[in-house]
Design a protein around this ligand. Structure first.
Ligand SMILES: [Zn+2]
Length: 172
């Protein structure tokens, strides 16, 4: 009986070992739905201790300025913020994207036609994203983002989304 137990334990150990090794090479996957293009993307942007170049390229395309198609490198730190939010929230549903990269032309256009658009917006640097998380109240999403203290957090109650960026820690 004891031998059987020892066998089972060693079997379990062998079976669990690859998982334990795998966890040091954590992978990070995010799901997106773009509210302006209606496109979806599921992307593993981080794997085995490093960002995945092809995935960052896919994000560059997916998160381009939807008004004119201009592209810009997206700071992977923005993806890390979303990943941390997802982990804290225990919600791995899709992030609905309202805005990500914004070309200088689009930012100027928005500044002239709406309020609350900064001249030196982090969006123009590819360091910001406006999102909501499916299945979660945006006020709660904001609270989780604030707690992380990983950058700027803006809450747009009327439009129902949260802005996060990798700039300095601040809120509005
Ligand atoms: Zn924003």
């Amino acid at each position: 009986m004891q031998r059987t137990a020892a066998f089972i334990i060693s079997f379990l150990f062998l079976a669990l070992t690859p998982i334990a090794i795998g966890s040091t090479g954590e992978s990070r996957t995010l799901k997106f739905y773009h509210t302006h293009t209606s496109k979806t993307l599921e992307v593993t942007y981080y794997r085995n201790g490093d960002y995945v170049p092809e995935s960052l390229e896919n994000l560059r395309i997916f998160l381009s300025d939807w008004r004119n198609g201009h592209q810009h490198e997206i700071d992977p730190g923005v993806m890390d913020i979303l990943w941390e939010i997802q982990r804290s929230a225990g919600n791995s549903d899709a992030f609905e994207v309202i805005s990500a990269y914004r070309s200088p032309e689009t930012n100027e256009f928005l500044r002239k036609n709406s309020s609350g658009v900064a001249k030196k917006s982090q969006h123009v640097l590819g360091k910001a994203i406006d999102v909501r998380l499916r299945g979660m109240d945006s006020a709660q999403l904001r609270d989780i983002a604030l707690e992380l203290k990983l950058g700027g957090v803006g809450y747009y109650k009327k439009s129902d989304f949260v802005h996060v960026d990798t700039g300095r820690v601040r809120r509005w």
